[in-house]
Write a protein that binds this ligand. Structure first.
Ligand code: SIN
Length: 485
């Protein structure tokens, strides 16, 4: 593959029970920057997914009985290997996903940070003792790994979304099966190669790559040997998967869609707000679930903010992520471009006004111009749907109460952002927003130390942080009797 130094990282088949598993059929992986096929990967399906679950079940007793320190040492080695391979992993990621190389390398460091974080955090799985209601008893609480964890991860962060789940699972003593998006399997397979080099034992970390999303999804959500299911993706798909997990009452965590408001109050530092909005909206070409989806700007500063924002967006350079200086890459596919165009067209019909961009680029590949649409209200298509593309609708408001009401008027509750220098307002708005994560004078909120997750229909559970292990642990209470006898 183009420009990868360590060619051993380019793997083309699933990794099951410590082996690379070839099949009859292959599917194409394409570069969204030019539509060219960059690899053909063996197409795993239901059978391979079942084998991976069985392997994970078999590996569980040995892995879960290792000491936290032993697991930590292996995870730390995996982290070190990922950071040493950051350049190659970043290139693989850009080639299959499209994001600019600097961003892709940033994602590798972001993903690796979860492995480093949980290598440490796994040593701090503390239990509890509780005063018992009678003198002859003692109550002791211990925490144990949930068991086999199955997961489905998206194409927008082909490395970090796997690392965030797998690191917590492995640190807790669980074993893991992931089905990455078939649009971006190469990053996941490269992670498996590095896990093997780091000494992760066979069956502990399995990657099944294949196009049969329904069949493989059913195995991962319904197999009786899977104890926990974790998903990052759209709310619509999350609801289906969550229903499927109900048949075997699995522990579930869901990191689903968002509709992030970005509120600019009249007392905000406008230059800082412009920079925050720019990075929050246009990183990954707008394809993250915490991306700003709507800018809400107070009427007194609406013109000044919009003028500055348009100037900043005009300076963005769109192109192939491997080209120097590019900061907006392609969208993942032409279907994704068409979906964004439909939302823009509908909003224009509803009264929105395109003041920048508004169309697909004429370049080969799935590029959509960085776009700004003004005169938008919260009921218009761009404000009431998750855009997942490089388009910003701008809504104006009069009062703080109105801003909070508009911001909360959505079924989503993942991330929100606001800019203000008034400490009273910072508390009122911070507490009033119905979201799992709120950036205050900050457009980038994701990091391994912080609890990532949403409320309402944006999902449940938290990833990263000291809370991130809880989703992979069961609480067991030991009632010790006969003490006074
Ligand atoms: C996502 O889009 O699902 C994750 C974004 C992040 O971790 O920042």
């Amino acid at each position: 593959m183009q420009a990868v130094n360590d060619t051993g990282l380019v793997k083309l088949s699933s990794y099951i029970d410590g082996s690379w598993s070839d099949g009859e059929q292959k599917f194409d992986v394409t570069n969204p920057a030019n539509g060219k096929v960059i690899a053909q990967v063996h197409n795993a399906g239901v059978d391979e997914t079942e084998l991976a679950v069985i392997a994970a079940k078999r590996a569980l007793p040995t892995w879960s009985k290792k000491s936290a320190n032993e697991r930590s040492a292996i995870l730390r080695t995996w982290f070190n290997l990922m950071m040493a391979a950051q350049d190659d992993l970043g290139r693989i990621l850009t080639l299959e996903q499209g994001k600019p190389l600097a961003e892709a390398k940033g994602e590798i460091a972001y993903g690796a940070a979860f492995i480093e974080w949980f290598a440490e955090e796994g040593k701090r799985v503390y239990g509890d003792t509780i005063p018992a209601p009678s003198g002859d008893k003692r109550i002791v609480v211990i925490k144990q790994p949930v068991g086999v964890v199955a997961s489905i991860t998206p194409w927008n962060f082909p490395n970090a979304m796997i690392a965030r789940k797998a690191a917590a699972a492995l640190a807790a003593g669980c074993t893991f099966v992931v089905r990455p998006s078939p649009s971006t399997p190469l990053s996941a397979l490269a992670m498996a190669e590095l896990a093997e080099r780091a000494g992760v034992p066979a069956g502990v970390f399995n990657v099944v790559v294949g196009e049969d999303s329904v069949g493989m999804g059913k195995v991962l959500t319904q197999h009786p040997d899977v104890a926990k299911f974790t998903f990052t993706g759209s709310t619509a798909v999350g609801k289906i998967l969550m229903t499927q997990t109900a048949t075997t009452v699995k522990k579930v965590s869901m990191e689903l869609g968002g509709n992030a408001p970005f509120i600019v109050f009249d007392d905000a530092d406008l230059d800082a707000a412009v920079q925050g909005a720019l990075i929050s909206k246009y990183r990954n070409a707008g394809q993250t679930c915490v991306c700003t989806n709507r800018i809400l700007v107070q009427k007194g500063v609406a013109k000044a903010f919009t003028d500055k924002f348009v100037t900043a967006v005009e300076a963005l350079k769109m192109g192939d992520g491997l080209e120097a200086g590019v900061n907006v890459g392609p969208m993942i596919s032409s279907e994704a471009v068409a979906g964004v165009q439909a939302l823009v067209d509908k909003t224009v019909e509803q009264g929105g006004v395109v003041i920048k961009g508004g169309k697909q680029s004429s370049d080969a590949g799935s590029f959509y111009e960085p776009t700004i649409v003004a005169n938008v209200t919260n009921d218009m298509a761009l404000a009431s749907n998750e855009i997942f593309g490089p388009v910003t609708p701008i809504i104006t408001f009069d009062t703080e109460a109105e801003a909070i009401e508009i911001a909360n008027d959505t079924e989503y509750g993942l991330a929100a952002y606001f800019y203000s220098r008034d400490i009273g307002r910072v508390w009122r708005v911070g507490e009033g927003l119905e979201y799992g994560m709120v950036g205050v004078n900050e457009g980038i909120i994701s990091n391994a130390a912080a609890p990532f997750g949403g409320v309402k229909q944006s999902g449940n559970g938290r990833e990263g942080s000291k809370y991130g292990l809880d989703d992979y642990l069961e609480i067991k209470y030991l009632c010790m009797g006969g003490i006074d006898r």
